[in-house]
Design a protein around this ligand. Structure first.
Ligand SMILES: Cc1cc2nc3c(=O)[nH]c(=O)nc-3n(C[C@H](O)[C@H](O)[C@H](O)COP(=O)(O)O)c2cc1C
Length: 264
């Protein structure tokens, strides 16, 4: 098909997209359905194809509603975090957590968000106790979490003192809630990050394509631990074409919170 050209289309206050017209003689845009930068375009064409590209960068939509209060933003943040625990497709399901490495360098890696508690202000993930994170956290218990969600274009930067739980009731409860498919990871013969002479799937024997049964999975318990950050700082940035929203919550030891807008 010949490419008959490319056009940039703009909607007032809604960013822009690119449109390629390919071998078309007749088309119309029925429009609509946009929210936070995703624009759905319906195209009717007798013989052609219309391709639409949405700008994924900083050119987010304008707000089509009044600026929400800081309280509303915080409540929405807790709701979304709780949803992200349950919904593997929610982009906040896979945050990046950062530690101070043993040599003082920053270390960052992706994890699965396993729990959120808005009352105690906790974020939780599970890990292999043989990995590097627990050692780092024992030396310096500070951890930073970074989340980004593309649909609503919200970044969270969260930090606070972090505790590791390997042999207590907290760890037992987390292990009980861990699916058999995930338990398999803790049965890996090699400690995470061990150097290998050759590629090795690092899966328990006989379980390269299946989950262990419950009894067999108990072998993984010895390597399992859960990690909890008590949030004392939460920064939220929401991108909009006509002015980003950025705010900071900082909790003090007595439970009170300082809240402030930040310059985006
Ligand atoms: C999508 C994804 C999810 C992951 N989830 C976890 C997790 O929940 N816990 C974990 O310890 N590692 C998880 N990892 C692996 C870590 O990113 C990291 O490679 C590993 O934990 C070793 O990190 P460390 O050497 O800094 O301890 C995940 C990786 C990816 C790509």
């Amino acid at each position: 098909m010949a490419d008959l050209g490319t056009a940039t289309i703009r909607w007032p206050h809604r960013g822009f997209g690119r449109m390629s017209l390919v071998d078309s003689t007749e088309w119309s845009i029925d429009g609509g359905g946009w929210r936070s930068g995703s624009v759905s375009v319906e195209c009717r064409s007798s013989s052609g194809r219309l391709e639409f590209g949405d700008d994924e960068g900083m050119t987010a939509d304008a707000r089509n509603q009044p600026v929400r209060t800081l309280d509303e933003q915080l409540a929405e943040t807790w709701d979304q975090l709780a949803r992200a625990v349950r919904d593997g497709k929610h982009e906040w399901h896979l945050p990046v957590v950062s530690t101070v490495g043993l040599d003082g360098s920053p270390e960052a890696r992706t994890v699965v968000l396993r729990g959120v508690d808005p009352v105690d202000r906790l974020l939780v993930f599970n890990t292999d106790r043989r990995s590097r994170k627990p050692n780092e956290l024992e030396v310096d218990g500070r951890m930073a979490w970074t989340f980004y969600e593309r649909r609503d274009r919200v970044q969270l930067r969260v930090s606070g003192p972090t505790t590791i739980h390997a042999d207590d009731e907290i760890a037992d409860r987390a292990w009980e809630a861990t699916a058999l498919s995930s338990r398999r990871c803790y049965m890996a013969p090699h400690a995470p990050t061990s150097r290998l002479e050759a590629w090795d799937p690092n899966l328990p024997e006989g379980l390269s394509a299946s989950s262990p049964d419950r009894a067999a999975s108990e072998l993984g318990r010895a390597n399992f631990m859960t990690v909890r950050t008590r949030i004392d700082r939460l920064e939220r940035l929401e991108l909009h074409h006509d002015g980003h929203l950025r705010a900071l919550w900082q909790w003090k030891d007595d439970g009170t919170v300082d809240v402030s807008w930040l310059a985006p």
